[in-house]
Design a protein around this ligand. Structure first.
Ligand code: MG
Length: 380
């Protein structure tokens, strides 16, 4: 069963008091929209489309620069029209989840619970929370009547649907505008279901909601620093490869792969921050497929593991320790190659070099060593 998600992000967000629409604002350093995209991806949703205002195309691409696979569809004047455009882009989905971009606190477990409910036979299901405060019907500041809250619920998104049911309901809806998608299918006579909601799914409507949500979500992510060390012995050869850069030298480095100690240390640092063991466990030297391998493969694999874990590599720092070759002339090329492979701006990649003042095995030029750290922002 193909599961797809549509995130509605076409609003102007004027009430949130920001100069850019709230879905593109940063929440704990990441665009609001990116939070929901990541939650859907981690929950295993196969296709994601976002309904945007055509005027926000650049903001959208910038917010999801790390997720080129997420497509944009141009939304309409109302939420109902935006969803209708989005549904057309998800034509082969069996289950569709529709979510408001202004609810970035989405958790993968909730997405999975919604999908499970549809797989178990529900046709429309949404998360909802009870109302805790007393409710009053007012005229200005004057209360005119008390409202019984016991039969009221706060319905959130994402709302999940059997896709055929939802498409049919939208076909019947005509030009009527609805407040949410549960209302659209209810108008078509479909029975709906609620599951327990999540306080973190609160919608950012006013400026203070943004601050409150940052406080709620700050415990969801942690910063992890991983470290890695590697060394290779010099042997016959005419070049060494360090941090992806081939350097002419009167000797080579002995190793099962290309012996790029800089990137090997960096791979171990990334794996360390993820708690994913070491490079030897992922690319055993006993496996002939890694003989002479380009270490770019290892580094890309580590970056993919980080991405799959919902982590972001925020900074890396590699130190090469050797008397020769001289690293200085190649340092910027090494930074650039590392930044390119990891998809990081240059300012977040550091390559340094030092010697051991001719002491020890490195000083005697028996080999070359590298040390690296990787800082990752990842789910707690
Ligand atoms: Mg190595």
């Amino acid at each position: 069963m193909k599961v797809a998600a549509l995130i509605v992000a076409a609003g102007q967000g004027a009430r949130a008091g920001s100069h850019i629409p709230k879905q593109y604002n940063k929440l704990l350093g990441r665009p609001v929209l990116a939070w929901s995209v990541e939650a859907f991806q981690r929950a295993g949703v196969e296709q994601i489309a976002v309904a945007i205002d055509p005027a926000h195309e650049a903001l959208f691409r910038n917010a999801l620069a790390e997720n080129p696979e997420v497509s944009a569809v141009h939304g309409g004047a109302t939420r109902t029209e935006s969803v209708r455009s989005g549904l057309a882009a998800l034509a082969d989905a069996d289950i569709v989840l529709i979510h408001d971009a202004a609810r970035p606190g989405l958790q993968p477990a909730l997405v999975q619970a919604l999908i499970a409910a549809i797989k178990n036979g529900a046709r429309a299901v949404a998360p909802a929370l009870p109302v805790a405060d007393a409710l009053a019907q007012v005229n200005g500041a004057r209360i005119e009547a008390e409202v019984d809250r016991t039969s009221l619920m706060r319905v959130q998104t994402p709302q999940a649907f059997d896709a055929a049911t939802l498409r049919n309901a939208y076909a019947l809806a005509g030009s009527t505008s609805f407040s949410d998608d549960l209302a659209v299918v209810r108008a078509a006579g479909v029975e709906t279901q609620l599951i327990p909601g999540d306080i973190r799914l609160s919608k950012i409507t006013y400026a203070e909601d943004h601050d409150l949500l940052e406080r709620l979500l700050s415990s969801e992510r942690i910063t992890c620093v991983g470290s890695g060390i590697d060394a290779h012995r010099f042997g016959p050869g005419d070049h060494v490869t360090l941090c992806g850069v081939k350097i002419t030298h009167d000797r080579g480095l002995i190793g099962h792969s290309d012996a790029d100690a800089g990137w090997h240390a960096l791979v171990d640092a990334i794996l360390g921050a993820l708690g994913e063991g070491d490079i030897g466990a992922h690319f055993p030297p006993s496996d002939p497929q890694w003989k002479g391998a380009d270490s770019e493969t290892f580094l890309r694999h580590a970056a993919m593991l980080a991405h799959n874990a919902g982590a972001r590599i925020t900074h890396v720092d590699v130190t090469l320790v050797c008397e020769k070759p001289k690293i200085g002339p190649h340092r910027e090329a090494m930074r650039a190659r590392t930044a390119e492979v990891l998809g990081l701006p240059l300012s977040r990649v550091s390559v340094k070099a030092t010697t051991t003042e001719r002491m020890g095995f490195l000083g005697r030029e028996e080999g070359l060593a590298a040390q690296a750290t990787a800082t990752l922002d990842r789910p707690a």
